[in-house]
Design a protein. Structure first.
Length: 311
């Protein structure tokens, strides 16, 4: 049954990637322009994977494809694949590309099975990503526990970002079998912001994965939650416009977060909205969510029923 949820805090910004297969690389499809030509001039359709139809991976993939003139629900096939299985699906030729978090993108590059064509921070620098979520009932029944959870994670995220050595030790921990069970050299570089795309380009990413940012990462901005709703509307996952601001105020637990942040000495921030310019030059600031959702040339809002990716 539908259940009211609550977002207690943001856990990170940035850090996802869109990778294409080695097969496409061999055909010279190594740029957005080449991908656009391949998609519109050839059949059968290319198949792209994301992790859930309403998840962040899907929204970044759809937004990026659309920014390149590719309709993500009409011009290509979109399928759901769990993150740890992405590389295997790419290797087996079941998919032509994917959008996923680390370390799976780096793993594909390391194994020479694909290359990184775009990072999600190139789509939206310092974009919202994972959150600490729970049911709304849990927050209402156990506010002190919810606050303590936020405080603990704030302290952990602050520790990780306090030094390069702390990031390295975190990467080492994550590589263990009981966590990611992945090679350290697929985790540590991108956690440190060191990127190699598999095409010979290497760079230090100024908008690499952030876990704290003096609290900027962790504040559950109303506008962040509203943005995802605009994309659900854009791609036919919502039939009608919700009351964007009212829903965000109900879900994003700003007051509880600020109480927890203040208790551990993290700047709580007074703003509930933030303004960002995305890859297509469009500015999102939360001021007109319904108009924003309708402003895109490529969309699925006119469809009679929601379009979900294949499972």
């Amino acid at each position: 049954a539908p259940t009211d949820m609550a977002v207690l805090m943001g856990l990170n910004q940035n850090g996802q990637s869109i990778n294409l297969s080695h097969g496409l690389q061999a055909l010279g499809v190594t740029s957005p322009e080449a991908l656009d030509r391949r998609v519109h001039q050839s059949r059968p359709k290319l198949t792209f994977a994301q992790t859930f139809p309403t998840g962040t991976h899907a929204m970044w993939l759809y937004y990026w494809l659309a920014s390149q003139g590719i309709h993500p629900l009409h011009d290509v096939e979109s399928v759901v694949v769990p993150p740890p299985q992405m590389v295997a699906h790419l290797q087996a030729g079941r998919i032509d590309g994917f959008c996923v978090g680390e370390p799976w993108s780096a793993s594909a590059v390391k194994q020479n099975l694909g290359f990184t064509l775009a990072t999600t921070q190139a789509i939206w620098p310092d974009h919202p990503e994972k959150v600490l979520g729970c049911t709304r009932a849990f927050v209402e029944q156990h506010p002190n526990t919810a606050r303590a959870l936020v405080m603990a994670i704030l302290e952990a995220s602050r520790f990780i970002e306090a030094s390069t050595e702390n990031r390295r030790s975190t990467a080492q921990l994550l590589s263990a079998a009981q966590y990611l069970d992945a090679p350290l050299d697929c985790i540590e570089p991108r956690l440190l912001g060191d990127y190699a795309d598999g095409l010979g380009h290497c760079w230090q990413d100024p908008h690499a994965l952030r876990l704290h940012g003096a609290g900027e990462v962790n504040l559950p901005y109303l506008s962040d939650g509203m943005w995802f709703m605009t994309q659900f509307r854009r791609w036919g996952l919502l039939r009608d416009d919700p009351d964007y601001l009212a829903v965000a105020r109900q879900v994003q637990q700003l007051d509880l977060y600020r109480e927890a942040a203040t208790a551990v000495g993290v700047a709580a921030g007074s703003q509930a909205m933030r303004s960002s310019q995305l890859i297509d030059g469009i500015v999102w600031d939360g001021s007109d969510p319904a108009g924003y959702a309708r402003s895109f040339k490529l969309h699925a809002m006119s469809d009679s029923s929601p379009l979900f990716a294949s499972r």
